[in-house]
Write a protein that binds this ligand. Sequence first.
Ligand code: NAD
Length: 496
Amino acid sequence: MPKRFQNYIDGRWVDAISGKTFENRNPANWDEVIGTFPLSSKEEVDQAVKAARRAFESWRLVPAPKRGDIMKKAGDILTARKEEIAKQMTREMGKVLLETRGDVQEGIDTAYYGASEARRLFGHTVPSELPNKFNMAMRVPIGVAAIITPWNFPMAIPTWKIFPALVCGNTVVFKPASDTPATATTLVEILLEAGVPPGVINIAHGSGREVGNRLVEHPDVDLVSFTGSTMVGKRISEVASNTLKRVSLELGGKNAQIVMDDANLDLALEGVLWGAFGTTGQRCTATSRLIVHEKVYDKFVSMVVDHAKKLRLGDGLKDNVDVGPCINEGQRKTVDEYVQIGKGEGAKVLAGGKMAVGDGLAKGWFYEPTVLGDVTPQMRVAREEIFGPVLSVIKIKSLEEAIAVSNNTTYGLSSSIYTQDINNAYIAIRDIKAGITYVNSPTIGAEAHMPFGGVKETGNGHREGGWTVYEFYTEWKAVYVDYSGKLQRAQIDNAE
Ligand code: NAD
């Protein structure tokens, strides 16, 4: 019998009110059921928001350093359980163990960073324009935060959001992706074990349309932090505008790695293989385009094709597997559709280009690591997010052209340039329109204490990670203390 998971609402583990459930299966072996999960409805969301609202009144008064101590403890528990959680995550969403360990590690780093930030949360003191008056600006918690997450970083992304939300004194209702509900449940269990009180954290499983949408429209939810597709992000922005709640959107990407004629090609090769095919290309920061200088194009592309063909597909729990499956049947279908679109537009399939059904792969959503050559910047495979193991290669003649091609997309998350010329590097840093630029390393590899997010349709200007996310989860309160003993009128009494 598969394990039966529950929601955690108002301090209790409970089934869906309707009793309905959904299944979660291993994408590398669809015969294996990870568990069944409650298919929640609006009612569960309303209960969870009510509990979170009530709990906010006491949680906001807990000193921030004490809240930070709980994050420290959560980090310790994650550390102790790292291997077990990584294995569960690989079974649940397919990426290889090396990467799921990294995913948990990012949660650990975020916990310890949160514990330290809890002792900072700095405000400002500012001189008053009037005598015998003291001005300060301090940060205060906001209220109930709805956390809506995707499946590709099942531990890291929820911790990026939930830990700072809690450190800042907000309470949380968490709606994880339906493809990774088990890892999400583990995170909630860990927070409870670490000492988060009942009602402060709640989790409601279910669909985005029902559970996610209700959270976004709910009048008593103050904040929405969402990571997912640009399409859903736009919808969330629209719905949330009715209640004017604060919304952070981290959305899609179409990231490019530029390889200049003076690049260290061996290094650039390692970078592109890791960037394009790590997590089966299912990262918001995945290298989806390779922009190569014409002088090294033939040589470098043949190096990439050679190595892409040698990548070993399989169950990420097994040794020597480089690339896991796509997350589900729909995603694999989308990947294949894009390959067909690319072919129709005139791109050449240089490696892969089809579903993988070899030994041990027949029951998983595997797709061969694919390299498309002769891609031009106008093609859809050069502009749209595919979210799978597909790399589109584009030839350029100059740095200016490389940067123009890199910018030729509605997204602006990550970017990379390989060059030995410091001038090239700094021009790229200046002119690439993206939230992140890497020099001589791939488009993936964010660190927990740095700002993370993108420009254009990758988001709405907020950042996760580092100190920047703490701005999102707090409100500035301006405080004036007048100790003159008389009415002092700003802009009037001090005008002469
Ligand atoms: P998705 O947009 O389909 O779903 C994300 C979450 O939103 C899920 O929990 C889903 O149930 C929920 N949801 C769906 N419809 C909703 C609605 N109408 N209202 C409220 N919630 C709703 O994305 P996905 O397939 O899970 O993830 C892949 C996408 O996420 C890619 O586009 C990828 O680039 C993006 N992503 C972005 C970042 C980033 O930080 N920029 C990181 C990881 C993934």
